[in-house]
Write a protein that binds this ligand. Structure first.
Ligand SMILES: [Zn+2]
Length: 321
């Protein structure tokens, strides 16, 4: 990893009104954790995405409703919070952030948006805390520029919205590895879906991921990989049920990084899901997953150091046996 570049905006941490379980504080926490671990890291502020890029993926009526902050109540209920002007701006910044991360990744090999991964957003509706689908918008922008994209969705929940937004798009391939019995109840069809049983743990997860990555890369032949790096697969997560450890989370990122390095393609990551009352621990969890994804000798060493630090914070007094 050269000088790591992350995309962040202060509004990422703006809490939507009356959103139960939306972990607003984690966006600031992950930025702080990365800044502490990587003194040379740069944080770039995104521009809000424009209407035309959104219309490549979303229907005009839905886009206009969000931009005007006049989303019908049934659609707001599917999203999980009311769409105020601030929520609408945050959604546009989040998509702009993923577009910016793609540009930075193409220049430097790796970048991450410290928001986004809004994989439940469908062409004509948001869902599950997702307003606009930044992964699909960024993938479409690459496809329009003549490049092939693979979306690797590591969140514990299936990337159903991304699968629907990119269905039939030549040059875009979606791979989702998730908990089969978790939300959404009705799964969409990705290019490749790997549904795992509850409580599957590190070994079974990593084995399934390695096989899935090989198949997805062979089918997609990507020029760029977009990662939804959700950490709700973790054993400490309030909503996930796959029971990955910290070391498993790092190993997961390293498998993806190695596949991208092997194929010689850049990686642009998005934050994705992660739910816990302790936002500092959650921020550290996201930071760990992102740093390990950056790969390279420096990324590897940092991920190891952060992992040790994290374990010390979680289990004070526990030393090597
Ligand atoms: Zn999730």
């Amino acid at each position: 990893m050269k000088r790591a570049m992350f995309v962040h905006h202060p509004l990422y941490g703006a809490a939507p009104p009356a959103a139960r379980r939306f972990p607003a504080g984690k966006h600031r926490a992950v930025r702080d954790a990365l800044a502490a671990a990587l003194p040379g890291a740069r944080f770039v502020e995104p521009e809000p995405v424009g209407r035309d890029a959104l219309l490549e993926v979303h229907g005009a009526a839905y886009v206009e409703a969000v931009l005007a902050a006049r989303v019908p109540a049934p659609l707001e209920r599917r999203i999980g919070f009311p769409v105020t002007p601030e929520v609408a701006l945050r959604a546009r910044l989040s998509v702009g952030g993923t577009l910016a991360a793609v540009g930075l990744a193409r220049a430097a090999g790796f970048s991450a948006n410290l928001a986004g991964g809004a994989h439940h957003a469908m062409p004509d509706a948001g869902a599950g805390f997702c307003v606009f689908n930044d992964l699909a918008v960024a993938a479409m922008a690459e496809v329009r520029a003549g490049r092939r994209v693979l979306v690797v969705d590591l969140d514990v929940h299936q990337g159903d919205g991304t699968a629907l937004c990119l269905a039939g798009v030549e040059g875009a391939f979606t791979f989702s590895i998730h908990a089969e019995r978790n939300f959404p109840a009705r799964k969409a069809r990705s290019g490749l879906d790997v549904g795992l049983p509850d409580g599957c743990g590190d070994d079974a997860y990593l084995e399934a991921l390695e096989r899935g990555l090989a198949a997805a890369f062979a089918a997609a032949k990507p020029d760029l990989v977009l990662v939804q790096a959700g950490v709700d697969v973790h054993e400490g997560d309030a909503l996930g049920r796959l029971a990955l450890s910290d070391a498993g989370l790092v190993a997961r990122s390293r498998l993806v990084s190695a596949a991208c390095v092997g194929a010689g393609v850049p990686v642009a990551a998005t934050l994705g899901g992660g739910y816990a009352d302790d936002v500092e621990a959650l921020g550290l969890r996201h930071a760990l997953a992102l740093v390990a994804l950056a790969g390279g000798a420096c990324g590897e060493a940092l991920a190891d150091a952060m992992l040790q630090q994290h374990e010390k914070a979680l289990f004070p007094g526990a030393g090597p046996a």
